[in-house]
Write a protein that binds this ligand. Structure first.
Ligand SMILES: Cc1ncc(COP(=O)(O)O)c(C=O)c1O
Length: 276
């Protein structure tokens, strides 16, 4: 997304890359902006973990904390504020991860080939969390081009709408707030979600995700990120439905690690509710 904006002269030298992010895409943008000689301004939700905000600041991003409790269309939301800030600043460019086809393309060009190569072409199933949809759409498209039979499976929190959208190609008549898992789960269909390569989307609860994260840490000493734990919870809950064979190669996609969620995932019992 950054390279595309620079190549198309969408941002003047030294300009500001702007994004609404739960932290991780924002961090990628902050790092690349710095490396290419630009500034970055990231609008994060007040539900974002303090660890992620600190890392963003260390990477040089300017941060603005927003309130997504009334949805991403609300004027106080990250998405709304990022978009309006970029519209009013002539030297700013909104990377717009939810509606930028370069999001899918980046995963098609890099993440997909990396997974194909690392599994020696033996991958049979790919399981990842779905937020903007960029990962599953880009990786899924690439993998299916290599081998049409690879199963592409997504995971989202219970109550998110992409499972319904994948099956019905419509949004549910009623969308209730749901318990969030940071990075995944939506109450709208992002433009960067291409359902074409996706075979199924599973849903897991916030409680099960937290429980599995803790169990995994206790057994392995590995702290996994929130959406990574959702993928583990999915495998745990739906293993019987997956009909996996001993010869299958299932890739579980872990976008980040648990050190960014110590305060939220590993030592806090409060629930967070997503409206967006
Ligand atoms: C921690 C984490 N998990 C999952 C996702 C979802 O990935 P995608 O937006 O490609 O669907 C993100 C997105 O930034 C993320 O930060």
């Amino acid at each position: 997304m950054i390279e595309d904006a620079i190549n198309r002269n969408c941002i003047p030298p030294g300009g500001i890359f702007v994004e609404a992010s739960s932290g991780n895409t924002g961090l990628g943008i902050a790092m690349l902006a710095k490396q290419y000689g630009y500034r970055s301004k990231i609008f994060v939700s007040n539900s974002c973990s303090q660890e992620k905000i600190s890392i963003l600041e260390e990477a040089g991003a300017e941060i603005e904390i927003c309130d997504n409790s009334n949805g991403l269309g609300d004027f106080q939301s990250t998405q709304f504020k990022a978009q309006s800030y970029a519209a009013m600043q002539p030297n700013a460019y909104f990377t717009n991860q939810y509606y930028n086809t370069q999001n899918i393309r980046a995963h098609y060009k890099t993440t997909g080939p990396e997974i194909w190569k690392q599994t020696g072409g033996h991958i049979t199933h790919f399981l990842c969390g779905v937020g903007t949809g960029g990962t599953i759409s880009g990786v899924g498209r690439y993998l299916k081009e290599q081998q049409q039979n690879i199963k592409i499976w997504g995971v989202e929190p219970t109550g998110s709408i992409l499972q319904h959208y994948l099956k019905e190609r419509s949004i549910p008549a009623q969308i209730a707030p749901f318990e969030s898992i940071e990075g995944i789960g939506r109450n709208f269909v992002p433009g960067s979600f291409d359902p074409t390569p996706v075979d199924h989307i599973f849903q897991v609860s916030q409680d099960d995700t937290k429980a599995i994260a803790t169990a995994y840490r206790n057994e392995t000493g590995i702290l996994c990120g929130f959406s990574s734990a959702a993928v583990l919870a999915c495998l745990h809950q739906y293993a019987a439905d997956m009909h996996l064979k001993p010869t299958d190669t299932l890739v579980l996609f872990f976008p980040d690690h648990g050190s960014r969620y110590i305060s939220k995932l590993y030592s806090e019992n409060t629930k967070s509710v997503a409206h967006a």
